[in-house]
Design a protein around this ligand. Structure first.
Ligand code: NAG
Ligand code: NAG
Ligand code: NAG
Length: 789
């Protein structure tokens, strides 16, 4: 309800004012911020009113409803005075003219005067920036002349009192450009974040009032990074040394590069630049830390130095390079190697000491002292190593070799280097010693003896010899042979033969002890080397006797041939020697030890015979009653096993006169006649044989150039002497006759037929090839002369 009343009155007032406006406007100018009570003007004067009239007419200052009343009227003197604080900026803001409108109301009559108060600005406000400080970020890569708009300052005052210009405190990089209302920072000199990453600029805004007022702001320029810096390595060249065979993951060296940029721009990563695959197999680089580590086998013997280019790159791709030189140091990881460059194998056992038989080369892949190699050879061999040029050695013999003692050598050559610890290796060289025929065969015995009984079978084994030869193969192969010699005038080969391979000695013929009791042959053992070596040994062959000869009675002549009669004197006393049976035995020893026995006698008691002497003696005196003719049959036995014997008849005539026994002659005559005829026949045959032989000789001389006939002669004549057994003397004391006598007698009485038989048989098995005819020649000449005479 009240609101409605107000509204009515308002309407009313407007209407009223409107009616009275015409010529009554008053304008005053007033500075803002005048003290209360300050006089603006004198209304009474300006309206031409008396002073008292104002009071009477109840003059008053009205404002529009709700408006604040800034002035008042002094009713006493009519002055218009400041009633309240007048702040132009508060009332009018930016407006260039600021007019406060009031009304002067006079009553009786009611008058209405408009009063316009022109509020004059005073410089009561400083320029003011929006913020206390201005932050701007500028990339360091910004070019010179780049502009950065800055929000200007504000001054509540107007006109001259408002901001008139700006001032930038002097600095290195920026200048200020104002264009009307816009103010800009202009980059006058490039920024470098790495030198200065923040710049504070002081910007001052100045107004045109008097006194002048100003306001400042700090412009905080943050220089933003641009990737304008490449990473920089701490060293251009990194040097490291690394022992070979270093374990995996060993850190060799750490490279480091710094980048002045920030953030991504300053994030350095490392990598190898162009490197070979070989390097990549051995080393790796940590991208972040720059550690170079071993990832593969490091072998000094393959690569001694690595030169690696390392790249450092920042986040946006600027990079720089450094060189890493890794020197590998040697470790003694290679054992020396022994190489056999040449070898004379086999070497002959007569190689003189000091001969080079091989060349050895030693190598060590390491270096320096790890490469220095000493070479040695084991002790107990006749070889030594002689250093030659560089790492060559000669293998030289130091002593005489003997294949028969040591035929193979395993020579171990050891090479040791001088590293620490030293490494060594060895090589075994097998060396054989080749044979030289330097050993003659050697017989096991000094001499050999063979014993054989006579009448052996031809071809029977006598003994065997054996010789050993330590040489190799044919140089040690022994072959036996007989040395040519004569035995009893014949080639030894006609007596014995030796098996060349086995050394077994065989009899070639049947031996006759009565002719040959022992003989010696020389057997040679020869090896098959070239030249061959040989040695000789003597084999004595002893032939032992066999009882193959019956006693031969020489006297009296054997029965049939004998017509001898012993005369026994009638007056012979007992024990008188009347005759003697003489017998020989071609055998020897017991076989030739003869005993005599009377087997049968006319008067058994009259005669006795000495068992060993063969002497026939009377046992008693002869008496008249004894018969004139006494006949004894004497058996001669040898002592062989079994024993052989012969018998003979001894005719004894007990008489003092041979004429007393005519009938005895008659008896003997018949016998003698028959004997004579047989002798005649023999003589005839002999003569014709001789004649035939003579013819053959003449023919032989003609056609066979005297060769064959000689032979025949030789055979016929040589035989008797060849047939002669060796001396009987050593078999003495057996009671038999001395051999010389024995054989003379034997020959004169012996049967010629048997002799000739022997000649034939001798030639029948004397091999022509084995007989050395020439050796016979002289004996033929002499013998033939003897025969012819
Ligand atoms: C040498 O070595 C070989 C092979 O190792 C061996 O058969 C032979 O018996 C050795 N010889 C000697 C004389 O040690
Ligand atoms: C036998 O010795 C000779 C030298 O006396 C030699 O030349 C030959 O090679 C040797 N034979 C064998 C089989 O060793
Ligand atoms: C063996 O005897 C033969 C013939 O008499 C002779 O030439 C040779 O030198 C002898 N050998 C030895 C080793 O005595």
């Amino acid at each position: 309800m009240r609101k409605m009343i107000l509204l009515q009155s308002c309407c009313f007032s407007f209407l009223f004012i409107f009616l009275r406006v015409a010529n009554a406007d008053l304008s005053y100018s007033v500075q803002e911020e005048m003290k209360r009570g300050s006089v603006i003007g004198n209304i009474a004067k300006d309206l031409g009113l008396e002073t008292g009239a104002l009071t009477n007419r109840r003059a008053r200052i009205d404002t529009d409803e709700n408006d604040k009343r800034y002035c008042d009227i002094n009713l006493n003197n009519g002055e218009l005075i400041v009633a309240d604080r007048i702040d132009r900026e508060g009332l009018c803001g930016e407006k260039a003219s600021c007019i406060l409108k009031h009304e002067l109301v006079l009553e009786s009559p009611l008058e209405l005067h408009r009063i316009n108060l022109h509020v004059q600005d005073i410089n009561d406000n400083s320029p003011q920036f929006n913020e206390e400080s201005i932050n701007i970020e500028i990339r360091e890569s910004a070019d010179r002349g780049a502009r950065f708009v800055i929000e200007g300052a504000h001054d509540a005052d107007v006109g001259q009192n408002a901001v008139q210009h700006y001032n930038l405190k002097k600095n290195d990089h920026f200048i200020l450009a104002t264009n009307g209302n816009t103010i800009e920072l202009v980059l006058d000199k490039e920024l470098d974040r790495e030198k200065q990453d923040e710049i504070n600029l002081l910007l001052t805004a100045l107004d045109g009032g008097s006194p002048q007022r100003s306001g400042s702001v700090v412009i905080h320029v943050t220089v933003l990074d641009a990737n304008d810096n490449a990473p920089v390595f701490s060293q251009a060249v990194y040097k490291a040394s690394l022992p070979e065979n270093s374990p995996l993951n060993t850190v060799v060296v750490t490279v480091s590069a710094t980048d002045a940029d920030e953030g991504v721009n300053g994030d350095v990563t490392y990598d190898f630049s162009h490197v070979s695959e070989d390097v990549k197999k051995v080393f790796s680089i940590d991208r972040k830390i720059g550690e170079i580590r071993v990832i593969g086998a490091v072998d000094y013997e393959i690569t001694r130095t690595f030169e690696i280019r390392v790249k450092a790159k920042d986040g946006l791709g600027l990079s720089s390079y450094a060189k890493v030189i890794i020197s590998i140091t040697d470790v003694n990881d290679n054992a020396p190697v022994v190489n056999l460059k040449s070898l004379t194998n086999p070497i002959s056992e007569n190689t003189p000491p000091g001969t080079e038989v091989g060349i050895i080369n030693v190598q060590d892949r390491d270096s320096e002292s790890n490469r220095q190699v000493r070479c040695s050879i084991q002790q107990n061999v006749p070889f030594k190593l002689v250093p030659s040029i560089k790492n060559y050695y000669s293998l030289v013999t130091t002593g005489q070799l003997d294949r028969e003692l040591v035929s193979d050598y395993n020579i171990t050559i050891t090479a040791t280097d001088e590293g620490s610890p030293p490494l060594s290796s060895s090589k075994t060289v097998e060396l054989s010693v080749a044979d030289i025929n330097d050993n003659p065969p050697e017989f096991e015995e000094q001499s050999y003896s063979a014993y054989v009984s006579e009448n052996n079978k031809p071809g029977s084994t006598l003994c065997s010899v054996s010789a050993a030869d330590p040489d190799w193969r044919q140089n040690g192969t022994v072959i036996y042979s007989l040395l040519p010699a004569e035995v009893n005038g014949a080639q030894v080969s006609s007596y014995v033969s030796v098996n060349g391979d086995t050394g077994v000695i065989h009899a070639v013929r049947s031996f006759d002890y009565e002719q040959l009791r022992s003989f010696k042959v020389q057997v040679m053992a020869r090896d098959n080397g070239s030249p061959p070596l040989s040695s000789n040994v003597t084999v004595s062959v002893f032939i032992s006797d066999v009882n193959d000869n019956s006693p031969q009675i020489l006297y009296p002549a054997p029965e049939g041939n004998s017509f001898m009669t012993e005369l026994v004197p009638k007056a012979a006393h007992g024990g008188s020697l009347v005759s003697k049976v003489i017998a020989v035995d071609a055998d020897s020893g017991q076989n030739a030890w003869l005993s005599y026995h009377i087997v049968k006698s006319t008067d058994p008691g009259l005669f006795s015979i000495g068992v060993h002497s063969g002497e026939i003696r009377t046992q008693r005196d002869i008496s008249e009653s004894d018969g004139m003719k006494q006949n004894l049959i004497v058996a001669v036995k040898d002592n062989g096993q079994p024993s052989l014997s012969a018998t003979c008849s001894v005719y004894l005539l007990i008489s003092d006169n041979l004429a007393e026994v005519p009938e005895l002659k008659d008896i003997s005559y018949d016998e003698k006649n028959s004997k004579l005829t047989s002798y005649l026949i023999i003589a005839l045959v002999s003569v014709s044989t001789f004649f035939l032989t003579f013819i053959i000789i003449i023919l032989g001389v003609r056609f066979c150039r005297r060769r064959k006939p000689r032979l025949l002669f030789d055979g016929a004549v040589a035989i008797p002497s060849a047939y002669l057994p060796p001396n009987y003397a050593d078999v003495d004391g057996t009671g038999t006759l001395r051999s010389t006598y024995n054989y003379d007698a034997y020959l004169t009485t012996g049967s010629r037929t048997s002799d000739f038989k022997f000649v034939i048989s001798y030639f029948s098995w004397a091999q022509p090839g084995l007989v050395d005819y020439s050796s016979f020649a002289p004996s033929i000449e002499s013998s033939s002369v003897a025969v012819l005479s």
